[in-house]
Design a protein around this ligand. Structure first.
Ligand code: FES
Ligand code: FES
Length: 155
């Protein structure tokens, strides 16, 4: 089957019921997407499908046929939110970080703190605490006010 992966066409020969996270990590070699619970509860495995954050541990790869999948590697380490997570010390072990960042990309411009909390409500962090994460996201959206949701992926 075929889908768009980080802006390029990707073809994989795998069982349609294979989990998207396994295809990304094992077949595509993109290990930035992390597995936490494996049950759709922690958000560590969040990627964007057609711009919407989803848990890749509960998505069969068949569901992304002809869709556009964006993983943290698609940001090339150059997205301002990645730098802000470092500047604000929004990561310690880093397991939750790619999922947090991908989930935050769906936020619109200048969100309130409550909107940030809601956007990241499905993403659990066991070690950093949420204040630094929220601060990084708020600073990023302040910096890029005027973006539309989704355009931030390539900001
Ligand atoms: S690993 Fe997918 S939601 Fe926890
Ligand atoms: S930085 Fe360790 S779980 Fe969030």
């Amino acid at each position: 089957m075929r889908f768009m992966l980080n802006g390029a066409v990707k073809e994989v020969a795998t069982h349609p019921a294979a989990r998207l996270i396994d295809v990304l990590r094992e077949e595509c070699g993109l290990t930035g997407t992390k597995e936490g619970c494996g049950e759709g509860e922690c958000g560590a495995c969040t990627v964007l499908i057609d711009g919407e954050p989803v848990c890749s541990c509960i998505i069969p790869v068949a569901q992304v046929a002809d869709a556009e999948v964006t993983t943290v590697e698609g940001l090339n380490g150059e997205h301002p939110l990645q730098k802000l997570f470092m500047d604000e010390v929004g990561a310690q072990c880093g397991i939750c970080t790619p999922g947090m960042i991908m989930a935050a990309l769906s936020l619109g411009p200048a969100p309130t703190l409550d909107e940030v909390r809601t956007a990241l409500a499905g993403n659990l962090c066991r070690c950093t605490g949420y204040s630094a994460i929220y601060r990084a996201v708020m600073k990023w959206r302040g910096m890029t006010a005027g973006d539309t949701p989704g355009s931030a992926v390539v900001a």
